[in-house]
Design a binder for this molecule. Structure first.
Ligand code: G6P
Ligand code: MN
Length: 446
């Protein structure tokens, strides 16, 4: 099978390649094509992958290209993991919002809307090229904001595009570890949108064990979400929230902490050093990547953990199997018919009552050789449903704004977001993003 990775010069590509090297099933990926807009980044990642293959003792050919059509033609699977505007764009997404006293974050709040606005047109172009040149390919979308981008690409690719995120499975693994249970045997009642969901139940041997976890102070302390949200709040909710909900439930604290330094700002120097060092010392490429990856994983959501004294990241989080594990399991389920239940970003249909049928939601799905089937979820009480409905409306307004290149709808998307407190601030956000980020301006100047 031919696998194409868009954003192939990205830092996490070696995770995927490592997982492919270890894949022994049949059919499996026999050819990898990396596409990126930056030849320098492609070259650096190529060095890392070459060392990985040598260490593993397997030859899995890698080709690089900056030509999108050349990359996708005849692909069986396309992983889309692009970052339109690069890390500079992310940093501006975050900083502009903070300048207005609002949350400055990659995917949540105004930063996520700005990121979505400039990413949708590029993602649509990708979808069109895949539809033309690899009509039978499956597209696995990692590109953030993942729910919104998957929903936009569905307009061209329909059920052939599915979005993934590592945060729900991370939460479930942590919950299971705290209870001493095997996550592979648990059935999670996870429901919501990407980066906006809750674990509302956890069935094990036919019984819901989530109430046991919520009632147990000691066990909750072992789950990062238990520590950051606090036992009292998760009991009040009756659910374990996705870690990204910290930005809603503890918005002031997040704004204060991120205002000192955003995640994008923290990563800027590290990222530059990584690409430079690898290109200058290709023989050390894998060691440099491994060191940088440890630093990056350790510091992930460090602000949230600092505010709440939640301590270091859990070992279960740092263990392998995040994005690459999900992507590989999904590919295996589709290509080999190895059935699997996984939490994916898919068309709602009737699975989550109260959300539009065409909305992309993040819920458990059954995946087989025949395709992906979303599983029905328990109706959401108002304290959850109100938020997902509002944020889904914002996502859909953002998609519409980007597709029609409408400043008025873009302002509406900002203004309707629950973390934006004034329509006049929404107007200023739009103007500031337009002035600060060339790829954002390009959407509306076209
Ligand atoms: C998690 C989320 C991704 C997000 C990433 C950011 O993996 O699920 O959606 O992009 O974290 O990590 P970073 O190290 O770039 O801050
Ligand atoms: Mn994610």
């Amino acid at each position: 099978m031919k696998l194409v990775i868009l954003g192939g010069g990205g830092f996490r590509v070696p995770l995927v390649y490592g997982a492919l090297l270890g894949d022994t099933g049949k059919p499996r990926v026999e050819e990898v094509v990396l596409h990126d807009v930056s030849t320098e980044r492609l070259r650096a990642i190529e060095h890392v992958l070459a060392r990985q293959a040598a260490r593993h003792g397997r030859d899995l050919p890698v080709r690089t290209t900056t030509d999108l059509d050349d990359a996708v033609a005849g692909a069986d699977f396309v992983f889309s993991a692009i970052r339109v505007g690069g890390l500079d764009g992310r940093t501006a997404d975050e900083r502009v919002a903070l300048d207005h006293g609002l949350l400055g974050q990659e995917t949540t709040g105004p930063g996520g809307i700005a990121y979505g606005l400039r990413t949708v047109p590029v993602a649509m172009h990708v979808a069109e090229r895949v539809a033309a040149l690899a009509p039978d390919a499956w597209v696995i979308n990692f590109t953030n904001p993942a729910g919104m981008i998957t929903e936009a690409m569905r307009g061209v690719l329909g059920d052939r595009v599915v979005g993934i995120c590592d945060s729900p499975i991370g939460l479930i693994r942590r919950a299971c570890a705290a209870l001493g249970l095997d996550p592979a045997r648990a059935t999670p009642g996870y429901v919501g949108l990407n980066h906006l969901g809750w674990l509302r139940g956890l069935t094990y041997d036919g019984r819901d064990v989530l109430p046991d976890l919520l009632a147990d102070d000691h066990a909750l302390q072992q789950v990062e979400e238990g520590r950051i949200f606090g036992a009292d709040w998760v009991r009040t909710l009756g659910a374990l929230p996705n870690e990204y909900l910290y930005y809603y439930y503890f918005n002031r604290e997040s704004v204060a902490a991120l205002g000192r330094q955003t995640r994008g700002e923290a990563l800027l120097g590290q990222q530059d050093r990584f690409y430079t060092e690898v290109c200058e010392h290709p023989s050390r490429a894998l060691e440099v990547w491994e060191r940088t990856r440890r630093e990056r994983d350790q510091s992930y959501m460090a602000d949230t953990r600092d505010i709440t004294d939640a301590g270091e990241r859990d070992a279960v989080d740092l263990a392998a199997g995040g994005y690459e594990g999900i992507a590989l399991a999904l590919m295996a389920a589709i290509a080999r018919g190895e059935p699997s239940t996984m939490i994916l970003n898919v068309r709602n249909g009737a699975a989550v009552p109260g959300l539009p049928a065409d909305a992309v939601v993040e819920i458990p799905c059954s995946v087989t050789g025949a395709g992906i089937r979303p599983l029905a979820t328990e109706p959401l009480p108002g304290r959850f449903l109100g938020l997902v409905q509002q944020v889904k409306a914002v996502e859909q307004t953002t998609i519409e704004a980007a597709l029609t290149r409408s400043p008025r709808l873009a302002v509406a998307a900002f203004a309707l977001h629950p973390l934006v407190d004034s329509v006049s601030v929404a107007r200023r956000l739009f103007e500031d993003y337009r002035a600060r980020i060339p790829s954002f301006a390009a959407v509306f100047d076209a």
